[in-house]
Design a protein around this ligand. Structure first.
Ligand SMILES: *[C@@H]1O[C@H](CO)[C@@H](O)[C@H](O)[C@H]1NC(C)=O
Ligand SMILES: *[C@@H]1O[C@H](CO)[C@@H](O)[C@H](O)[C@H]1NC(C)=O
Length: 322
């Protein structure tokens, strides 16, 4: 699906053609990757100025190198080409300089080049080319895990190891802005871990035997969010899981009052992401049981439905007691 050299050259020619570059700064290139079924944010930004008249345009390049308009901030209700219809969204913060494009439910055919053009009062101030690569993964498996503040949680992820194959495990957390944040990459274990999780996340010691689980300790309420595990074997994506972690407030112990039974969960759990991410409410997941089930009673979690075939078993995983 990647562009051929000819197509890349065609793209360059288009980008350098007079009508685009006449008023635009030099094109700035970035690459972004995502996994089929997941989401990607194509970054684009500009420096906002007061009293501005801003126009943001996003376009995709067809396999023939033809620019296909996707979104124009000035005509938000204009139809979007069928391939992206219902799946692309301009950042809500365009007026503050964030002109990023969010693509959800990624498809392999979304692998292509995109361009963002920002004009202020008709003058082009930003032009950016984003090369998006969508990795082919098995269908996304979703599971829910819960834990208590201060405790630990194992976010399950597994694969079938094959001797001699190169394994790469990546764990991501979804930010409130629906972006995904790399937590751990088994290929680059020394890479910086975001502050919120620093010192508290650890990849299973048994990755080579197929256990790619992530252990999060000293759980915090703000760890409540969705996480994603991707396992690549010789670059091929073999496991793709999304784990919804819910961290509940600690039970009030050692209290001198008699009101120790007051539940702490309702106020402490900030919007368990369904409001911000419509795609997180799949029909396949049995109605957010974790919200109602206290972690104390959750000895085991249900296994995802077993299809009985090897591929499904490879993707499926029974959660261990916390
Ligand atoms: C811009 O908006 C996107 C989509 O809402 C978000 O994921 C991203 O984090 C934002 N970027 C910045 C720099 O705020
Ligand atoms: C995988 O590793 C985690 C963390 O070390 C552990 O808690 C879990 O029991 C392991 N799972 C299996 C199936 O061995």
């Amino acid at each position: 699906m990647a562009l051929s050299t000819e197509q890349a050259l065609a793209l360059l020619l288009i980008l350098n053609s007079a009508h685009l570059t006449a008023a635009c700064p030099p094109v700035d290139y970035v690459t972004v990757s995502g996994s089929a079924g997941g989401r990607a944010v194509l970054p684009c930004s500009y420096t906002p100025t007061p009293e501005q008249d801003v126009e943001v345009r996003w376009a995709a390049y067809s396999d023939q190198g033809i620019s296909v308009p996707l979104i124009n901030s000035k005509t938000p209700s204009a139809p979007i080409p069928a391939q992206w219809s219902g799946r692309v969204k301009l950042s809500d913060e365009v007026s503050s300089g964030n002109a990023s494009l969010l693509i959800s439910e990624l498809r392999l055919e979304d692998t292509r080049d995109y361009t963002c053009t920002v004009r202020i009062n008709g003058i082009c101030v930003t032009i950016r080319a984003v090369k998006l690569t969508v990795q082919d993964c098995p269908p996304l498996d979703r599971v829910a895990v819960s834990g208590s503040a201060g405790g630990r949680a194992v976010l399950p992820c597994s694969y079938t190891p094959t001797p001699g194959q190169h394994v790469e495990v990546r764990w991501y957390a979804y930010s409130d802005q629906e972006d995904h944040i790399l937590l751990i990459d088994s290929n680059t274990p020394s890479v910086f871990i975001p502050a919120q999780w620093s010192g508290r996340v650890k990849l299973s010691d048994e990755v080579s035997s197929g256990n790619a689980s992530l252990l999060i300790s000293e759980l915090r309420l703000e760890d409540t969010r969705d996480y994603m595990c991707i396992v690549g074997l010789n670059v091929e994506c073999v496991t793709f899981m999304e784990i919804k972690l819910t961290v509940q407030g600690p039970p009030k112990r050692d209290s001198t009052t008699s009101r120790t039974t007051t539940t702490t969960t309702p106020t402490t759990r900030p919007s368990a992401t369904p409001t911000t991410r419509p795609s997180a409410t799949p029909t396949t997941r049995p109605s957010a049981t974790p919200t109602t089930r206290p972690s104390a009673t959750q000895k085991t979690s249900p296994c995802p439905a077993q299809q009985g075939n090897a591929a499904a078993q490879r993707r499926s995983y029974c959660m261990k007691p916390l």
